[in-house]
Design a protein around this ligand. Structure first.
Ligand SMILES: N[C@@H](CCC(=O)N[C@@H](CS)C(=O)NCC(=O)O)C(=O)O
Length: 252
């Protein structure tokens, strides 16, 4: 990896969005610092770093940063996970985080668009709003249909995988651990459906991703599940899911 300026990622334990960025940083062999933000008790100072106060947020250049500090004026700041992933593609060309061949690039971008516009929406609704099993399974099937017969989203690993797998993995583990707004029996039923032969291709795909060093280094299932439990607990008490999404507090 050629020398780049300092990279600092603002990250949170459970969020799939910064997980995307960490996967790509690891795949590129990048050296980077992490500043952890607990989204369930978000520090006031974070708004001064990034006015939207979301993760991920990437600082490029400038001196080392610590909690509570604002990036120096000489640093560049980049937000939005997919924008950051594209930035990393450009910053680390030798890592081939996106194919160079135009058709493959288009396929990767279509895979990402489908993840963003379809899978992620259904995922959040399913996990936090008690969404429909059939819609969730249909979204998994749609993603599976985009996969080639073997390998990753466009053959070789790319940011298309970074964009999707953090969500697919959280879906699988939320079902296994029954962590979500699921009616009785729904987690088991959905998980059983995902283990039917019909979904064998996407299961293999998930396993292939889990075997990569980038995933081994960045995935901490107990920590993610524990934070998701805390988020669900807060939601039951206050109705707040995250900065953008609230539901009425159920009557006791
Ligand atoms: N479109 C953004 C979404 C990022 C996002 O929504 N992050 C959530 C965590 S899942 C967040 O930081 N929310 C702030 C909060 O809950 O206070 C991206 O792709 O980076």
């Amino acid at each position: 990896m050629p020398a780049t300026k300092r990279l600092t990622l603002y990250n949170s334990v459970d969020s799939p969005y910064p997980h995307r960025v960490r996967l790509a940083l690891e795949e590129a062999g990048a050296k980077y610092d992490i500043i952890w933000i607990n989204l369930l008790s978000k520090p006031e100072w974070y708004k001064k770093v990034y006015s939207h106060a979301k993760v991920p947020f990437l600082v490029y250049g400038g001196p080392a940063l610590h909690e509570g500090e604002v990036p120096s004026p000489e640093a560049e700041t980049i937000s939005e996970s997919m924008v950051i992933l594209e930035f990393l593609v450009d910053l680390f060309p030798e890592a081939h985080l996106l194919p160079t061949e135009p058709v493959q690039r288009a396929k990767a971008r279509f895979f990402i668009k489908t993840t963003e516009e379809k899978f992620c929406k259904v995922f959040f609704s399913f996990i936090f709003l008690g969404g429909e099993v059939d819609s969730m399974l249909a979204a998994v099937e749609e993603m599976q249909a985009l996969l080639p017969d073997a390998g990753f989203a466009v053959g070789r690993w790319s940011i298309a995988d970074a964009a999707f797998v953090p969500f697919l993995l959280r879906l699988d583990r939320s079902l296994r651990n029954n962590v979500g707004v699921f009616a009785a029996g729904v987690a088991k039923k959905t998980l059983n459906a995902l283990y039917e032969p019909k979904f064998s291709r996407i299961r293999r795909y998930l396993e292939d991703n889990l075997a990569r060093d980038s995933m081994i280094k960045t995935w901490n299932e107990p920590a993610v599940m524990a934070q998701m439990e805390r988020r669900l607990d807060r939601m039951r008490r206050t109705g707040v899911i995250n900065a953008d999404l609230s539901v009425p507090v159920p009557k006791q």
